[in-house]
Design a protein around this ligand. Structure first.
Ligand SMILES: *[C@@H]1O[C@H](CO)[C@@H](O)[C@H](O)[C@H]1NC(C)=O
Ligand SMILES: *[C@@H]1O[C@H](CO)[C@@H](O)[C@H](O)[C@H]1NC(C)=O
Ligand SMILES: *[C@@H]1O[C@H](CO)[C@@H](O)[C@H](O)[C@H]1NC(C)=O
Ligand SMILES: *[C@@H]1O[C@H](CO)[C@@H](O)[C@H](O)[C@H]1NC(C)=O
Length: 453
């Protein structure tokens, strides 16, 4: 007769935990990595109507380094969308059982997946092996999420293909991360998110032999375990270990079925006497000259900004991703700027066609003119990005106010010299005149920036 001996089971459980020595091999260590050059975007923009965007960047501060996977899901009306990044690799994970990632999520999406490919397959026609997980949402703590390698199921264009050949663990040749819209699934997500990543590892299973039957009991150290111990007359009879897998989430994703609502007529970019195009991101990849200038230039800075081109098969634009991480005293900023040489003396407004998503909609545009040191006066103006549809924001050049280290100066004594604008910047912060802004992730999609009379 079996009976359950509470005291003995606790003792044995502790012994078991001590004996579990998990072996991990680091696959990607974003805390020390030099660059992320080999990571490439693969988003729904490979399809004709896709509108999403993903970018993986390193955030290097004086205190830490991490990877940030920014993603912006702009789904089709049926929810179809995906935004991902991937990297070619050569891994033999035959002896490993799971993939662990130390990460945290912020923003509107928490459903992600790992995507693997094998045997050098890389075309869109090849099967992918996918495992779904929920990012731990927090702006404080990093946590571990684990996907068992046996949970990677074959998918073809979002549809599970149970008959496809199994994942060849000995020859994994592509690793990817993806945020998805959730077409035909109960989960629907959209908007902007950031997944901050420290380390991705492969975990090797340590086996424990069930004493009574001689069979191997798999134990993954990072899973929660329920242990049932059966003891008869003070002799261990059987140990049952149940794994609680937090990632058991399978979604029926069907092939992306797109509907498309044609866009309204855009104002055609041109240089006429009434309009000067400063940046037309819909036509040219003019983001190379934009550089990040976030608070991480200072010791205590923790924010991140990325300015990147999104190319879909229909349109092109720039996206300004920000992960704003202010200090407790509300200082800090996520910003980019571009060195320019514009004579705007004939114009009265800067106009920007854009749309905002995420936690912050208030941005500051910053101008500098010739002869100013980088640390000197800067001319700023707040604007609120339209939320749902793209809109055109008109910023009067006369309303750019001079600031020095956050303090407003007298405009009469510090006039903006519009004949020679040498720098244009975009910034998210929480300064007194931007009280609504909060910590978190946001995206500003920009079609163009122009000057008009
Ligand atoms: C992969 O690793 C396993 C276990 O270490 C080894 O037996 C096998 O030969 C390796 N395969 C390749 C293709 O390297
Ligand atoms: C992995 O697959 C590719 C493509 O089939 C092949 O060229 C390569 O030799 C394979 N590598 C291993 C270790 O089997
Ligand atoms: C972060 O972890 C600490 C300590 O475990 C906990 O007190 C706090 O509630 C956690 N914060 C969040 C946002 O989960
Ligand atoms: C805000 O806090 C940071 C450190 O967390 C400090 O370096 C900075 O001087 C503070 N700024 C103000 C205006 O209090």
């Amino acid at each position: 007769m079996h009976y359950y001996h509470v005291l003995s089971s606790i003792t044995i459980f502790i012994m078991l935990l001590q004996s579990i020595k998990m072996e991990k091999v680091t696959l990607f260590d974003f805390t020390t990595m030099k660059n992320v050059e080999n990571w490439m975007e693969i988003s729904d923009t490979v399809r004709s109507v896709g509108m999403s965007k993903a970018v993986l960047v390193l955030q290097k501060t004086e205190q830490f380094q991490r990877g940030i996977f920014f993603n912006l899901l702009n789904p089709q009306p049926n929810g179809a969308a995906f935004a991902g990044v991937r990297i070619p690799i050569t891994w033999n994970l035959t002896d490993y059982q799971s993939i662990e990632m130390i990460c945290r999520g912020q923003g509107s999406n928490d459903h992600y997946k790992f995507v693997l490919r094998h045997n050098g397959e890389s075309s869109n026609e090849d099967v992918t092996y996918e495992c779904f997980f929920n990012a731990p949402m927090s702006n404080e703590n990093f946590s571990s999420i684990v996907c068992s390698l046996s949970d990677f199921k074959p998918y073809y264009r979002g549809r599970e293909l149970p008959d496809a050949q199994p994942l060849n663990l000995a020859n994994i040749t592509m690793f990817g991360l993806q945020a998805y819209g959730g077409v035909y699934s109960n989960i629907k997500q959209k908007g902007v998110s950031a997944l901050e990543i420290e380390i991705i590892s492969a975990i090797k299973e340590i086996t424990i032999v069930d004493m009574s039957t001689g069979t191997v009991v798999p134990v993954l150290g990072v899973f929660k375990l329920y242990v049932d111990i059966h003891i008869l007359n003070n002799h261990l009879q059987r140990i049952c270990i149940h794994l609680i897998d937090p990632t058991q989430l399978y979604l029926e994703l069907s092939d992306l079925v797109f509907q498309y609502h044609s866009r309204g007529n855009d104002m055609i970019a041109s240089t006429t006497s009434n309009v000067q195009t400063l940046f037309d991101f819909t036509r040219t990849d003019q983001v190379g000259n934009w550089i990040e200038c976030s608070d991480t230039i200072k010791t205590t800075g923790m924010s991140k900004a990325v300015f990147i081109i999104q190319k879909t098969q229909l349109i092109q634009r720039a996206i300004f991703f920000t992960l704003f991480n202010p200090r407790p005293n509300k200082t800090g900023f996520a910003a980019v700027r571009c060195d320019t040489n514009f004579d705007l003396s004939d114009y009265h407004y800067i106009i920007i066609k854009c749309r905002g998503q995420g936690i912050n909609f208030k941005y500051k545009m910053l101008l500098r003119h010739k002869g100013l040191e980088k640390s000197a006066v800067v001319f700023g103006q707040i604007f609120t990005a339209p939320e749902n549809e793209f809109g055109t924001i008109k910023l009067p050049l006369a309303d750019f106010k001079p600031y020095y280290r956050g303090q407003e100066l007298l405009q009469d004594e510090n006039p903006l010299d519009t004949t020679s604008i040498t720098s244009i910047g975009l910034k998210v912060d929480m300064s007194p005149y931007l009280p609504e802004n909060q910590a978190g992730v946001a995206a500003l999609e920009i079609d163009w920036i122009k000057a008009i009379k």
